[in-house]
Design a protein around this ligand. Structure first.
Ligand code: C2E
Ligand code: CA
Ligand code: CA
Length: 529
């Protein structure tokens, strides 16, 4: 029985695994979903941010377009004549810092310097409309945005300070990264101008182009923004998922406990071979030799230890488990005793407790026949012990089974005689070979007159019915001495002679004669019993 840890650990490992899996399932599914939702939400934020920025940047460029359109009538006139008017109109704008008039690629008028000569325009505009430059003269090194309006062979350019646009890129409330792209150049939120080499952010990246001007706004988030967003906005969902996981895990744990109900547990125990035969030796009536054993089942439960049959037999009798349990037990007994049959006393009987439902089982006689076939002919007598606990209904099938069993040499015993209600009726209905007198009439019999009278009556009855008798529950040497002297008792059984034990101990006990003085044997079962 040292190997009981193996099924226990495997059994528990499996259950723990199930609970862990169920607990993690909502988290395993919920977290990626929340993650995906957070990414989507960030993408939406990027899109909204782009739309908002484009709206406002378009307004800045519209401002430039507005002043340039109003200055179209001045194109072609000499710079000296228009410069004041131009400056006056420009001063009415919000964003335009300076304006240039160009004729055939040469700047001829600039609001900063007035008339210009010999200054070719060295800047190119995307779609002839927009450009991103670095200022060379007015604020050297500072970025500038140029908006161009073509007027025939001539054109007007408005320059806008980078600040008016870069501050719009940083509009968002959370840490998005946003740039404005014109052609191959781009400007970031700090107003820095770059050429090429832009690496899009990994999360929620969206590009939106203006429908009015040739520029694009690109916005996205760094990878860790998902987590920040998740904790910031989805924490109730995350908390719910964690609670759901915990609740599912707890629910599964409870279900598993229920599934480990006695029935499921018994079935599992049966499959795992945890129901074991113990043997209680019976002495002959004069206590001079061993005469047989009663098989008493024990459940070696992996967690609870050795369990008494009183804990599970009544339950098994109410379910369909009693028959497979008894069949298993018969097999185990045959397997344990048949190899040592040579060292067992002769004659020798094996008493097996049988539930009445088993008697009605169509294969019952086969089960007993198979058991006997494991031993040399006539080396073992099978006693089937029926208790008064359950009433045997005398159907034609049970009668036929009992007839066939007797033909096989099987002996029918009435167990616990005297404590039930149906003992005498049983004796009326069925031809019984052995009467097992309950411990109640044995305990204290040497000193208890009433118990003695009852015992005498039972023995009289058994004698008249030509039945063998077993006195059960003999615990003291005075009881043993009294019953030995009483004569008429065929077998003596009780802790005084031996307790139920495993087969190895049984062989040791059977090797010596039964005890004759008061010295209860030490071959005790586990103390948990
Ligand atoms: P039972 O058939 O009357 O078995 C005798 C019971 O009395 C056993 O209890 C045994 O350990 C106990 N016993 C024996 N000598 C003494 C003694 O000197 N003093 C006291 N106080 N008790 C003694 P156990 O093993 O706990 O079995 C209880 C009952 O469970 C059995 O009563 C029997 O009805 C049932 N049972 C046991 N094994 C099986 C089985 O394999 N199949 C069925 N159907 N029932 C079983
Ligand atoms: Ca019994
Ligand atoms: Ca009994």
């Amino acid at each position: 029985m040292g190997d009981t840890n193996i099924p226990r650990s495997r059994y528990y490992l499996k259950q723990i695994l199930i609970v862990v899996l169920v607990t993690c399932a909502p988290i395993g599914l919920g977290f990626p979903l929340a993650f995906w939702a957070a990414r989507n939400a960030l993408e939406t934020l990027s899109r909204e941010h782009n739309d908002e920025v484009i709206n406002r940047v378009d307004a800045v460029f519209d401002d430039a377009d507005g002043v340039m359109s109003s200055a179209v009538d001045l194109v072609g006139d000499k710079c000296e004549q228009i410069i004041d008017e131009l400056r006056r109109r420009m001063a009415a704008t919000t964003f335009v810092r300076s304006m240039q008039f160009i004729d055939h690629g040469n700047i001829y008028c600039w609001t900063v310097t007035g008339p210009v000569t010999d200054m070719p325009l060295a800047r190119s505009f995307v779609d002839g409309r927009l450009g991103l430059f670095i200022s060379r003269i007015v604020s050297p090194g500072k970025p500038l945005l140029g908006v161009r309006l073509a007027v025939g062979e001539r054109s007007i350019i408005s320059y806008i300070d980078e600040l008016h646009v870069s501050r719009l890129l940083a509009l968002g409330e959370i840490s998005e990264q946003s740039i404005l792209v014109i052609g191959t150049k781009w400007m970031d939120e700090d107003g820095e101008v770059h050429e090429g080499g832009f690496t899009p952010p990994s999360v929620g990246f969206v590009e939106t182009s203006s429908s009015k001007f040739p520029y694009t706004i690109k916005t996205g988030f760094a990878a860790d923004a998902v987590w920040t967003y998740l904790w910031g906005h989805f924490w109730p969902l995350l908390a719910f998922i964690v609670c759901l996981g915990a609740a599912a895990g707890y629910g599964t744990h409870r279900l598993l406990i229920q599934a480990r109900s006695l029935r499921a547990e018994l079935r599992r125990g049966l499959q795992n071979g945890e129901l074991l035969p113990f043997y209680q030796p019976l002495a002959s009536g004069d206590a001079s030799r061993w005469a047989g054993v009663e098989v008493l089942v024990r459940w070696q439960h992996p967690l609870e230890g050795l369990l008494s049959p009183n804990v599970f037999i009544p339950f098994m009798e109410r379910t369909d488990l009693i028959v497979p349990m008894t069949v298993n037990l018969l097999e185990s007994v045959a397997k344990e005793l048949s190899p040592v049959i040579g060292s067992l006393p002769k004659p020798f009987h094996v008493g097996v407790n049988i539930s009445t439902t088993h008697l009605a089982d169509p294969y019952f006689v086969d089960h007993c026949r198979r058991f006997l076939s494991c031993f040399p002919k006539s080396s073992v007598t099978l006693f089937l012990e029926f208790t008064e606990r359950e009433e045997i209904v005398a159907t034609s099938l049970t009668r036929e089974h009992l007839r066939q069993l007797r033909a096989l040499g099987v002996r029918l015993a009435l167990d616990d005689f005297g404590v039930g209600y149906s003992g005498l009726r049983f004796l009326m209905e069925f031809e019984t070979d052995v009467l097992k007198i309950d411990r109640a009439f044995v305990t204290g019999v040497p000193t208890n007159r009433r118990a003695r009278y009852i015992l005498d009556s039972i023995l009289d009855l058994a004698g008249k019915l030509k039945m063998d008798t077993v006195a059960e529950g003999i615990e003291t040497s005075s009881e043993a001495d009294y019953l030995k002297a009483r004569k008429g008792i065929d077998y003596l059984q009780g802790y005084f002679f031996a307790r139920p034990m495993r087969v190895n101990d049984l062989l040791l006990v059977l090797a010596s004669p039964p005890p004759s003085t008061e010295c209860p044997l030490e071959h005790s079962e586990a103390s948990s019993m």
